[in-house]
Design a protein around this ligand. Structure first.
Ligand SMILES: NC(=O)c1ccc[n+]([C@@H]2O[C@H](COP(=O)([O-])OP(=O)(O)OC[C@H]3O[C@@H](n4cnc5c(N)ncnc54)[C@H](OP(=O)(O)O)[C@@H]3O)[C@@H](O)[C@H]2O)c1
Length: 510
C-alpha cells in the first residue's frame, strides 16, 4: 500500500522508497534471504524503487566476505528472480551489498557489524536510517533485539530512523507472543515494528479492500442479511518437504490459521476503515478478531477438526505419510489439516458461519475466499430445477493461483426453460499485462516508506493467538487417537465434511 500511515515515524510516501538507508539482514546465509529477499531487492532495483545509495548489509554466523555474499546473491537472484539479471543494474546493486559475520547473541559480532555499518554509511553518504530484517529462526529473535538494544544504550544508535521487520512465526502461543512483544517493545516503539505476514503483501489480498470499498454494489449486501456463509480455504498439494523438523513443532493451526487465514478473515469481515492507513485499517481488523466468539471447552471438539495425512497419491505421484517425512517423529501427533467453524459476533455478521480449512497434501494448491449468498425464493422456478432450493450466488476471490474473482449466478439454458449456473470471471492475467510485484517487494518498499498498513500490529497478533489458544487448550486435553486420518491427495478427514454438512452446507469443490 502506498497511502501514508498515521503511526509512521517518517513522512515520505510515494511509489519508490526515498529516504537513503541501510537494510541489515540477519540470517543472510539462509533460505529466505536466498529465495525471497535478494530477488525482491533486485527486482526493486530494476524498477528504480529503492532509495538512492541503498546499502544491504548481511549478517549471520557463516564466515563470508563481501565478495562471497555478492556471488551468493547473484546466483540466488539468477535462480529465483521473476525477471532475468540486467548486468548494468546488477553491478550497481551489487556494489551496495556488504557482509559481516557473528553470532546473534554475540556482542563482539554485533560490535563488528556496527563498525561496518558506520563505515558503509560514511562511504556511501547514506546517513543513519536503518531497516533491520530478522530473517532468522524465531529462537534468535530476542537475542538480536537485545543486541540492538545494547548497541543503542551504548550510544551506537544513529540519528536516523530504526525499524525492524520480524518474520513469522510471531510466538507459538499467546504467552510467547506477549513475551516477544514485550522484548521488542523494550527496544523499538510499536510504530517501528513491522511483523510480516506475507499474505498481506499479495496483490489479491490488498485488492480485498478495494473490491469491497471502492465498488458501490458490494457493501450493501456484505452482511448477515444477504450472506449465508463464508468459506476460506488454503490448500497445499505439497507435504512438509525439508521443513519437517520445524513443521512438527508447529502444525496447521499455528502455521496457517493463526496468521494468514485470520488475516483474510479480518479483511473480509472488517468495517470500512476511516482511511487506508496503518492505524485505521489495523484498528478495524483488530475489532473483527476481538469479535470472534471464543470456544469454550466443550465446543472445541464440535467446532474444530484436525487431521494428519497418511500415504497416498497427489497429482499422479506417490506421497509418503506425514510420519514418514524427514524430520518427523514416527508417532507425531501434529496436525497437517485443520478445519474450524467460527462466528464473528458483530452486528454485521451475527449468525453467519465462517468455515476455515487448510491442509497439506490435499489434491491441489489453492487459496480462495468464497462468500455464499442467501438464495432467492424458488417459487417462480419450481418446474425448472430438480433441487429443493435455487443454487446460491457465490462470490469467490482466488488469492492464488489463477488470481481473480468470480461470481456464480443462475441463467436460463438457451432453448429450454431450465436453469443452470454460469460465472462472471475476472482474471488478473487477462486484465493486466504487467506482472505483479512479489509480496516481499511490496512489503520491503512499505517498510522503507514507514507504511505499516500491510504488517500486523501487536494487538492484532495477540487477538489472533487468543482465539487459537482455546483451540490449542482443547486439543491438548484430548490428543488425537486416529492419526493419520486422511489419505494424501484427498480433501482431509471425513470429520471435516461432517463439520459443514451438519449445517446443510458443503465445502466448495476447488
Ligand atoms: N524460507 C522461507 O521461505 C520462509 C517463508 C516464510 C517465513 N520464513 C521465516 O523466515 C525466517 C528465516 O527462515 P529461513 O528459511 O531463511 O531459515 P533458515 O535458512 O533455517 O535460517 C536462516 C539463517 O539463520 C541461521 N540459523 C539457522 N538455524 C539456526 C539456529 N538454530 N540458531 C541460530 N541460527 C540459525 C543460519 O545462518 P548462520 O548459520 O550463517 O548463522 C541460517 O542461514 C524464519 O523465521 C522463518 O519462519 C521463511
Amino acid at each position: 500500500m502506498t497511502a501514508q500511515t498515521a503511526t509512521s515515524t517518517t513522512a515520505p510516501v510515494s511509489d519508490s522508497a526515498t529516504d537513503p538507508c541501510t537494510i541489515v539482514i540477519f540470517g543472510a546465509s539462509g533460505d529466505l534471504t536466498a529465495r525471497k529477499l535478494m530477488p525482491a531487492l533486485y527486482n526493486l532495483a530494476l524498477d528504480g524503487r529503492l532509495p538512492p545509495g541503498l546499502a544491504v548489509v548481511g549478517y549471520s554466523r557463516t564466515k563470508w566476505s563481501n565478495d562471497v555474499f555478492r556471488e551468493e546473491a547473484r546466483s540466488n537472484v539468477e535462480k529465483h528472480s521473476r525477471r532475468p539479471i540486467d548486468p548494468e543494474v546488477w553491478d550497481s546493486f551489487a556494489s551496495g551489498l556488504f557482509y559481516s559475520y557473528g553470532g546473534y547473541d554475540d556482542p563482539e559480532g554485533h560490535d563488528r557489524l556496527n563498525e561496518k555499518l558506520r563505515e558503509v554509511e560514511a562511504e556511501r553518504g547514506i546517513g543513519g536510517n536503518r531497516l533491520y530484517y530478522l530473517a532468522v529462526p524465531p529462537t534468535t529473535f530476542v537475542d538480536i533485539i537485545e543486541q540492538l538494544g545494547r548497541a543503542r544504550s551504548q550510544g551506537a544508535a544513529t540519528e536516523g530512523w530504526s525499524r525492524v521487520i520480524i518474520e513469522k512465526p510471531f510466538g507459538v502461543d499467546l504467552a510467547s507472543a506477549r513475551e516477544l512483544n514485550r522484548a521488542v517493545h523494550s527496544v523499538f516503539s510499536e510504530d517501528d515494528v513491522y511483523r510480516i505476514d506475507h499474505y498481506l503483501g499479495k496483490e489479491t489480498v490488498q485488492n480485498i479492500i478495494v473490491f469491497r470499498f471502492a465498488n458501490g454494489i458490494m457493501e450493501p449486501i456484505w452482511n448477515r442479511r444477504y450472506v449465508d456463509h463464508v468459506q476460506i480455504t488454503v490448500s497445499e498439494s505439497l507435504g512438509v518437504g525439508h521443513r519437517g523438523n520445524y513443521y512438527d513443532g508447529s502444525g496447521a493451526l499455528r502455521d496457517m490459521i493463526q496468521n494468514h487465514i485470520m488475516q483474510l478473515l479480518s479483511l473480509i469481515a472488517m468495517e470500512p476503515p476511516l482511511a487506508i492507513d496503518g492505524r485505521s485499517v489495523r484498528d478495524e481488523k483488530v475489532k473483527v478478531l476481538n469479535a470472534v466468539r471464543l470456544f469454550d471447552d466443550d465446543e472445541v471438539a464440535i467446532e474444530t477438526v484436525r487431521g494428519q495425512y497418511g500415504p497416498g497419491w497427489v497429482a499422479g505421484e506417490e506421497a509418503p505419510a506425514y510420519r514418514a517425512e524427514a524430520g518427523v517423529p514416527d508417532a507425531s501427533q501434529t496436525e497437517t489439516f485443520t478445519a474450524l467453524r467460527l462466528f464473528v459476533d458483530s452486528w454485521r455478521w451475527a449468525g453467519v458461519p465462517f468455515y476455515l480449512r487448510t491442509g497439506k497434501r490435499l489434491p491441489k494448491r489453492s487459496t480462495e475466499i468464497a462468500i455464499t449468498f442467501k438464495t432467492a425464493p424458488k417459487l417462480l422456478f419450481h418446474d425448472f430445477i430438480d433441487e429443493p432450493h435455487l443454487e446460491p450466488n457465490v462470490l469467490s476471490i482466488r488469492i492464488q493461483p489463477n488470481e481473480g474473482i468470480s461470481l456464480k449466478f443462475l441463467t436460463k439454458v438457451p432453448g429450454s426453460p431450465r436453469l443452470r449456473p454460469a460465472t462472471m470471471d475476472f482474471l488478473y492475467g487477462a486484465s493486466f499485462v504487467k506482472q505483479a510485484p512479489s509480496a516481499y517487494e511490496t512489503l520491503i518498499v512499505d517498510a522503507l516508506q514507514g507504511d505499516a498498513t500491510l504488517f500486523t500490529r501487536s494487538d492484532e497478533v495477540e487477538a489472533a493467538w487468543t482465539i487459537m489458544e482455546r483451540v490449542l487448550d482443547g486439543w491438548r486435553s484430548s490428543p488425537p487417537l486416529d492419526f493419520p486420518n486422511y489419505e494424501a491427495g484427498t480433501w482431509g478427514p471425513a470429520a471435516a465434511d461432517e463439520l459443514i454438512e451438519k449445517d446443510g452446507r458443503k465445502w466448495r469443490e476447488l
